[in-house]
Design a protein around this ligand. Sequence first.
Ligand code: ATP
Ligand code: MG
Length: 306
Amino acid sequence: MIYTITLNPAIDKIKYLEGNLEQEKNNRVKEKFIDLGGKATHVSAILQQLNKSNIALGFSGELNKQEFYEVLKIYNIRHDYIEVKNESVRESIVVINNSGGSYMITEKGPDILEPDKNKLIKILKEQVKENDIIVIAGSPPPGYSSKDFRELIKVLRKNNAYIACDVAGKYLKVSLEEGVDFVKPNEHELETLYDGNEDLSEKFKKLTSKVKNAVCSLGGEGAMYMANGKIFRITPPKVKVKSDTGAGDAFVGGYIYALSNNSSIHERVKQGIIVSASKVQHHGSCQIDPAQFDFINKNTKILEVR
Ligand code: ATP
Ligand code: MG
């Protein structure tokens, strides 16, 4: 089974204004839509659209859980969240001016207390089997320390699951120390992982000495990865970008889909590129269109880095 873990999911509320945001004025909304927030939930949505069944785990808030579950239902995501009492799933409001500029207003998310942390550990201890795939993505909520995060990974390691971890900063460091199987920092996350002025491919080499499968995503430039001791650059074709929100999660979704089909490292990365380059052509954070896959596949280039 594939499980995704989102420790701090969100409901994203996007509001398009008739004009531009102004103080002490009634700023009228022209159009609105609700989207799924929280990185590993995006991976679940991508996998569902590729017909790969999976279960979304993590923490949701009790107060607005129904609204959150309705958003998960749009993508047919099966879930088993721990519902934190007297708390809500965080909301992120995105206000978009008529002229295009945007404002983001985000909540921190619930404070997770020990009994709920233990519930998640218990579910994982009981359910996760050898060869299951676990995707952990997105920053944890307040009160979920790097010590808690370490414990989470240790439990998964004990069960011999394949652990894919798309997290940043101190959580990425913990992932590498505990020995996860896959990480996908973007350029900025890899730059800040190691001090020093070496170029990105030197930092990438350091990363690959710590984790079996590492990819560094490079936005529209594609990605860097290692296969059989050699570093490769993979580049998608130019596409018309509507939104790059969730691009990294779509990459992880494509990669994990191919991994679960026992594909080679080259095929996994290519699938990540195909799915994410489709995603950026849509407004929604996890919208993709398989009709676009063939064009991207045929026009993606792979080169060995020397
Ligand atoms: P996020 O955190 O917003 O989900 P990220 O920073 O983790 O994204 P990126 O490196 O921006 O991830 O992008 C991930 C993948 O998405 C890239 O490897 C690429 O395949 C695809 N992608 C991103 N931007 C573009 C683009 N402009 N054109 C084509 N593909 C893109
Ligand atoms: Mg990312």
